[in-house]
Design a protein around this ligand. Structure first.
Ligand code: 13P
Ligand code: SF4
Length: 304
């Protein structure tokens, strides 16, 4: 089957079977073209709540599909590839968080949305890259344990200096690969380009940024900007999508292997298999986990 034919079949079948396809912006172009909604983690969480369909296929990684299930427990939620996990989401365990809480009485616990549903059950509120600063600023607590991404946490701390954030040593392996040397070399090669970067990068990288934001934030900024050239400091698919959508502008990446291989596990045939019913995996969470993790995500939607 050709790519075009497979896409047409997916579109036909999803309508026939009342399926909503959500895709994170790190997915490949041919998947994005068959999705009902594409966005960053926060936008996908909001869409998950309002989508009218009874079945949702999440083309992304496991914590994103779990978020959909937590927000809509009555829906069937299918993760596009059973092995697509986010390594950062599994870097901590519940005991470690409880220990941090015991050592810091009175502190609230903020979980980046890139965490398992299990971890969210012992936290107070979730944040995404696009909502973290606003939510931390709006929280009543002055002392905050922030898990698991210390780069995002350090960025939030800078933006909200009146609160005390307690950080742990965690983060994204893909963004951790980007170095200050990469940035300086890219800026030297493209002196007129603006540098747009994700807050999961280290401070050495983000300190050179013209703009720091989520995947959607970076895309919106580049599309609206009067500038013609951009260096993109996040997973390379964002530069690819931008180049496709803005052919009159130029987009440069910081390195060739800045790829999230978990996000890229999902292929168009996987999505086709999900709508046919032969691929993907159903997300199952018990009622207690849904209730406890749900409080954390509801608080994010309320404050963000
Ligand atoms: P966004 O919320 O910015 O899309 O980030 C998700 C993610 O996993 C970035 O690596
Ligand atoms: Fe997780 Fe990093 Fe991949 Fe995002 S890019 S899904 S944080 S491993």
């Amino acid at each position: 089957m050709t790519v075009r034919r497979m896409q047409d079949e997916i579109i036909r079948l999803k309508k026939e079977k009342d399926i909503c396809i959500l895709a994170h912006s790190y997915q490949a172009r041919e998947i994005i073209e068959v999705a009902d909604y594409v966005g960053d983690s926060f936008q996908l969480s909001v869409k998950a709540q309002t989508a009218p369909q009874d079945t949702v296929i999440m083309c992304g990684v496991r914590f994103m599909a779990e978020t959909v299930k937590i927000l809509s427990p009555h829906k069937r939620v299918i993760l596009s590839h059973p092995d697509a996990g986010c390594p950062m989401a599994e870097q901590m365990d519940v005991d470690l968080i409880r220990q941090l809480q015991a050592n810091n009485p009175g502190a609230a616990t903020v979980a980046y949305i890139n965490t398992t549903a299990q971890l969210k059950t012992v936290c107070d509120v979730c944040v995404t890259s696009s909502s973290a600063v606003k939510i931390v600023r709006n929280m009543a607590a002055d002392k905050i344990i922030f898990i698991p991404d210390c780069n995002l946490g350090a960025y939030v701390q800078e933006q909200v200096p009146d609160k005390k954030l307690i950080l742990v040593h965690g983060g994204c392996p893909t963004h951790a690969k980007m170095t200050e040397e990469d940035v300086l070399a890219a800026k030297k090669a493209h002196p007129d380009a603006l540098f747009l970067v994700h807050p999961e990068c280290t401070r050495e990288v983000t300190k050179h940024a013209d703009y720091i934001g989520s995947t959607s934030g970076i895309m919106d900024y580049a599309k609206k900007s009067e500038a013609r050239e951009f260096i993109i400091g996040t997973e390379n698919s964002i530069a690819e999508h931008l180049q496709y959508e803005c052919p009159d502008k130029k987009f440069y990446v910081l390195g060739r292997d800045l790829v999230c291989h978990n996000m890229k596990l999902t292929t168009l045939p996987d999505v086709y298999g999900c709508v046919v019913g032969t691929a993907g995996c159903d997300i199952e969470l018990d009622g207690d986990t849904i209730a406890a993790a749900g409080r954390c995500i509801d608080e994010m939607l309320r404050l963000g």
